[in-house]
Structures are given as C-alpha cells and as structure tokens.
Design a binder for this molecule. Structure first.
Ligand SMILES: C[S@@+](CC[C@H](N)C(=O)[O-])C[C@H]1O[C@@H](n2cnc3c(N)ncnc32)[C@H](O)[C@@H]1O
Length: 265
C-alpha cells in the first residue's frame, strides 16, 4: 500500500511561491536553467516537485507539438495551483500534473528523456532514494538536472551578522530535510548508477530591497522559523526591522548559492 503523502507546502507557502517565482530575476534564472536542460521538440520530461508549474509550462512549449511534460508534487495545494496555471495557458494537452512523492515515483522504468527537480530534494527525507527513482524512470542516455541550495552559503547583510546566521540556521532546521544537499548530490548521483556530467554554481544575488523579490519574500518564513526555534522575539523583531529599513542604495545585499547538477544515465 502507498504511504500517505507528507505535504510540506500549504496554501500560504504555495501563494508565496507563485509570487516570488514570477519576479524578473527568477524568471531569468529559469531561462538559464532551461538552457541547461536543453529540452527538444518531441521529448518527454518529468518535473519532480513542480510547485506552481512555471517550469513545467515553459518546458511544454519547448517539447511541443509531440512532446509531453509530466509533473508531480506532494502538495495538493501546489497541484491545484499548477492545474490553474496549465488551464490558463491552454496547455492541458501537453502538461499532466498529479500528486506524487519524489521518493516513490509512480511511473514505469525508462519513461523519460529528462527529469528535473528544482529546489525539491532538500525537502525529501530520503533524497538518495529520490535520485535513484529519477534514474530509474529515465531512458538510457536520458538526463537528470537538479537545482538545490546550500544554506551555509547564504549571505544576508545586516547589523548583526551572528544573529542573521542563527536565523538562517533556524530556518534551515525548521524547513529543510537537507539544508546542505549539494555537498551530497554527486554521491547520490553516482550511487544511482548515473554519470555526473556537470556542476555549476547558480547564485541568486540581490543588491536592493524589493518587497516582491526573493530575499525579502523569505523574511517572513525566516522570522517564523526563528521564533519556532526559540530565538528571543525581541531579537527576531530587531533583525526584521533592520532588514526592512535597508531601503537606500548600498544597504541591501543578499546572496544564496544554489548549484545545478547534470547527470546522464
Ligand atoms: C521550493 S518549491 C519548488 C517548486 C518548483 N520546483 C520550482 O522551482 O518552482 C518545493 C516544492 O517541492 C514540493 N515537494 C516537497 N517534498 C516533495 C516530495 N517528497 N515529493 C514531491 N514534491 C515535493 C513542495 O510541495 C513544493 O511545491
């Protein structure tokens, strides 16, 4: 019997994802990421942990008219938001989205030309198994493209750097199964019988406060995680006030190092 899905993304998190991943910088990063995937017309691809299906819809336009994209996510709210986007973009024929677990893919062996997982395996407790599952459903010669972050490589300028580090670490502990997954990924890829074909750094860098951009968008979850983790509320409020007051030129600096791993079966 299949285990019930353990959802990490509720409706509020999905709404935040929808907002943050439509910002110009993230849209541009997806363009660069798609260039790495190099989807071709006629290919069949799987997007694991599709979120609100921005990438799945963009990939569908690259594989059409005969190709197809399957997308799975373990959050019913993500799947519902994805279905709305797919219908709005008229892509129902090309993109099929359903609930599913990255570590237990419900597809036959050797189904896909490519599999991608962006910012997903960090949430999956058995990430090694999820990579094995991706390898299993790939055709021989198929490619796996993974994007994940190392949260020790997150720099966020503030007037109290140690407190900022504690808050980032608290968020890592509360939110992720693996906050430093990139260090382990090449081992998982090899253990899954795949050949690592490339690794590159893929940072998000922001140099001004923009309430709609990625870094400002994660202040709220970081604050909530810090409170949950026992950091005194006064410290957390002072941290947030400091960040939100950094609206003048030169006051804001955020960098998160993400990595893209490509592998071939
Ligand atoms: C940060 S979002 C990334 C969404 C999308 N890949 C993107 O880059 O826009 C993480 C997504 O992974 C999904 N997720 C987390 N654990 C999962 C699992 N075990 N199986 C499938 N999806 C999962 C979450 O529900 C969420 O939609």
């Amino acid at each position: 019997m299949r285990k019930p899905l353990l959802q990490t993304y509720d409706a509020k998190a999905v709404a935040r994802l929808d907002r943050l991943y439509s910002t110009p910088q993230i849209v541009d990063q997806r363009r660069q990421f798609r260039a790495i995937i190099s989807a071709r017309p006629g290919e069949v691809g799987l997007d694991v942990g599709c979120g609100v299906a921005y990438l799945a819809c963009e990939l569908a336009r690259e594989v059409e008219p005969r190709g197809r994209i399957k997308a799975i996510d373990n959050s019913q709210d993500s799947v519902a938001a994805s279905k709305t986007r797919i219908a709005r973009e008229g892509l129902e024929r090309l993109v099929d989205v359903r609930t599913g677990d990255a570590a237990d893919l419900q597809f036959p062996d050797e189904t896909f030309d490519f599999v991608t997982a962006t910012q997903v395996y960090c949430y999956v407790p058995d990430a090694a198994r999820a990579v094995k599952e991706a390898a299993r459903v790939l055709r021989k010669g198929g490619r796996l493209v993974i994007l994940d972050s190392d949260w020790d490589m997150c720099i966020w300028e503030s007037s109290d750097r140690l407190l900022t580090r504690r808050i980032i670490d608290a968020r890592s502990a509360v939110q992720f199964a693996h906050a430093n997954l990139p260090r382990m990924l090449h081992g998982f890829i090899r253990a899954a019988g795949m050949t690592l074909s490339g690794v590159q750094a893929f940072p998000i860098i922001e140099t001004r406060y923009d309430p709609n951009a990625y870094s400002a968008g994660i202040i709220e979850p970081a604050r909530n995680a810090a409170l949950k983790h026992g950091i005194p509320p006064g410290d957390v409020a002072a941290w947030e006030n400091d960040l939100r007051s950094r609206t003048s030129d030169g006051e804001w600096f955020f960098c998160l190092n993400r990595f893209v791993f490509t592998a071939t079966k």
